[in-house]
Design a protein around this ligand. Structure first.
Ligand code: PSV
Ligand code: MN
Ligand code: MN
Length: 387
């Protein structure tokens, strides 16, 4: 049996990137609920992200969304974040809120609209140079609602061409991660519906193009850890967007709906060399906190990832391999489950304390006065959100 003290050193340096949009107001198509203390500016979102890092030691980067987080001086924004102890991470493009993109952006039949969408991505790359970001994340809201509406093949060809132009503009240290989603907002087909399609495009582009796996973007019952294993095997897993789903693209707190699935995913990440200081895989959250408090929601999220990582590291891999090789089905399963069922919370609390962090980050945040302060300071302003 592997012990916590044996695996603890591997937890050092774990980094989970948080999304700026988790701090703004969000909702469903039925209602967006406001909440006291919600940031009014990108600087306030960054301050909240830095607070999550201060209490957990787990979230050293915040990911930005353009144009939601557009500012005049990204260099100054970077310095602002660094002064607060964090960095600016992945830059997310947005081609889903412009009238021109109703029938497509990078896939559009009209060359002018395609160029407009490409130019937006080139602007994102310019931003990345200022912010020091490594990754450009592309999620496309493109597809069709009705059979016959678009030429499936032609759309793929135009997409490949557009992505090529964007990829060729990347700096040598920069990467493109292409996210897939099997439905919504288009419902008959989406242009990048699955890992295979994303893989086909990034493989054609080159080494610095990789797949982004959003845990909420699969059909129910999909074996996501298998996809993780396969992409790592192919050297093409670039990043995760972690969240939980029950029905659709729910964007709920990671590990809330199915902690065992998160454990299984993290086990494959570790197994495939995707965890640790030299790993090319970015761990990000892609979540919205529609009804719960946002900063505590993010604290809970990064702690869930840490907790399941610790449990996955506890799998006794030598014993597991021996049982697998011996064809001992039940022992192999038992070894796996033993690690999953191990409660690591007390060990993690003591470990945090030994590193100068609060043993219980959630309680420490709630009694810190930060929430009361932002509620007082930010009263009366226009809150940021999905805008
Ligand atoms: C829409 O599905 C989405 O949730 C994607 O997962 C993106 O990563 C995110 O929005 C931000 O653009
Ligand atoms: Mn996502
Ligand atoms: Mn999504």
């Amino acid at each position: 049996m592997t012990t916590f003290s044996e695996i603890a050193p591997q937890l050092e340096g774990q980094a989970i990137e948080v999304p700026s949009w988790a701090y703004g107001n969000s909702g469903t198509r039925f209602r967006v609920f406001g909440s006291p203390g919600t940031p009014r500016t990108v600087q306030e979102k960054i301050a909240d992200a830095a607070t999550v890092h201060r209490f957990t030691g787990l979230a050293p980067l915040v990911s930005l969304h353009i144009p939601w987080d557009r500012v005049d001086d990204f260099g100054a924004l970077r310095r602002y974040a660094e002064d607060l102890g964090i960095g600016l991470g992945t830059i997310n493009s947005n081609t889903f809120q412009d009238e021109d993109y109703k029938l497509g952006a990078l896939t559009h039949t009209d060359a002018r609209i395609r160029q407009k969408a490409i130019d937006h991505h080139l602007e994102c790359i310019d931003v990345m140079h200022e912010t020091g970001s490594r990754d450009l994340k592309i999620w496309l809201a493109e597809g069709t609602n009705y059979p016959g509406q678009g030429d499936l093949r032609g759309r793929q060809d135009r997409l490949a061409e557009s992505l090529r132009t964007i990829y060729d503009r990347l700096g040598h240290e920069q990467r493109l991660v292409l996210e897939y989603k099997f439905f919504e907002p288009a419902f008959y087909h989406t242009d990048v519906p699955d890992w295979g399609t994303s893989y086909a495009h990034v493989a054609a582009l080159g080494e610095r193009a990789l797949v982004c796996l959003d845990t909420g973007h699969h059909a129910p019952g999909t074996n996501i850890e298998f996809i993780v294993a396969q992409l790592l095997r192919l050297g093409k897993l670039g990043s995760f967007d972690f969240n939980s789903r029950f029905y659709a693209d729910d964007d709920l707190i990671v590990g809330a709906a199915d902690p065992y699935q998160l454990f299984r995913i993290l086990y494959e990440v570790i197994r495939g060399g995707g965890f640790g200081p030299d790993s090319p895989v970015a761990f990000m959250l892609d979540q919205c906190h529609n009804i719960e408090a946002k900063i505590p929601g993010q604290i809970r999220s990064v702690l869930n990832v840490q907790e399941m990582t610790a449990r996955a590291l506890l799998v006794d891999t030598d014993a597991l391999r021996a049982a697998q090789d011996a064809g001992d089905v039940l022992t192999a399963n038992e070894i796996f489950m033993d690690a999953f069922y191990t409660d690591v919370r007390a060990d993690l609390a003591a470990w945090r304390e030994s590193r100068g962090l609060p043993a219980r980050p959630m309680q420490a945040y709630l009694s810190s006065g930060y929430q009361q302060q932002i509620e007082a300071d930010r009263a009366g302003g226009t809150q940021a959100g999905w805008n």
